[in-house]
Design a protein around this ligand. Structure first.
Ligand code: SF4
Ligand code: SF4
Length: 246
């Protein structure tokens, strides 16, 4: 399948000499323009397996490159370089360095799942985008994204307490990502919610952001979930050839 959305003739591969004489013939300037041959030197046999070992990437092998995911993607409509079909192609071909060229935009998937509904092969491209972004972080190619920090904060609270308190999630997420708590949009949202909220419920919500209410009898569930999460992390790191972090 050709990579029809991308030009492989890139500016850095086009060479020209201002002054060049060959066999006595002056071919300076545009006459000396040539394109460097493109040779794949970093083919990774394991790339598809590694992405498939991460949550969301399991069905990547089913892709038949129809492009419906990219056509449905609202981020692609804004930025043609954001291209799920193309990245799935690169992963399946093991073209790691080509994939790394786009490492700064893969995380921009907004998880709308339009691609997932459009996909005729049930690949779940949204999951593949998440798995690819996760792979980039685990391999150290990109720092942990804000989206990942939010997911970790959310999960930590659910596992610890069996409950989720949005106010505390947002407060701790902002603290971890160095963002000010008093942001205009948040202040406005809190004002609007406060106007409609019964007083007692508002007090309880406020208290819940400061203390950590727990689901009664949650201990056994917490231990089981923690063990499962550790097992999965160990398996994923092993699949990626990384040292166990626990
Ligand atoms: S989930 Fe991500 S890749 Fe899929 S359509 Fe939405 S933004 Fe695009
Ligand atoms: S829509 Fe599905 S099968 Fe088609 S290119 Fe995207 S992931 Fe592959």
């Amino acid at each position: 399948m050709p990579i029809h959305e991308k030009s492989l003739i890139r500016p850095e591969n086009i060479k020209a000499h201002d002054k060049l004489v060959i066999d006595g013939v002056d071919v300076s300037g545009h006459w000396s323009t040539f394109i460097e041959p493109r040779v794949v030197t970093d083919y990774s046999e394991r790339l598809e397996e590694e992405i498939a070992a991460l949550p969301g990437g399991e069905l990547i092998h089913r892709c038949w490159q129809c492009g419906s995911c990219t056509n449905a993607c609202p981020v692609n409509a804004l930025n043609p370089d954001f291209n799920p079909r193309y990245w799935i192609y690169l992963v399946r071909m093991g073209m790691e360095s080509e994939l790394l060229r786009d490492k700064e935009i893969i995380w921009q998937c907004v998880s709308c799942n339009r691609c997932t509904y459009a996909c005729p092969r049930d690949v779940v491209p949204e999951g593949v985008m998440k798995a690819t972004a996760h792979w980039l972080e685990l391999k150290g190619h990109t720092p942990k994204s804000k989206s990942m920090i939010f997911d970790e904060e959310f999960t930590e609270q659910v596992v610890e307490t069996g409950k989720i308190e949005e106010g505390r999630v947002i407060r701790r997420f902002f603290a971890k990502t160095g963002q000010p708590l008093l942001q205009d949009w948040l202040v406005e949202m809190v004002k609007r919610v406060a106007r409609r909220l019964p007083v007692m419920q508002g007090i309880l919500m406020g208290l819940a952001t400061l203390i950590r209410p727990r689901t009664r009898g949650w201990g056994k569930a917490r231990d089981a979930i923690t063990e499962y999460v550790r097992e999965q992390e160990t398996l994923q790191r092993k699949a990626l050839g990384l040292k166990d972090s626990t």
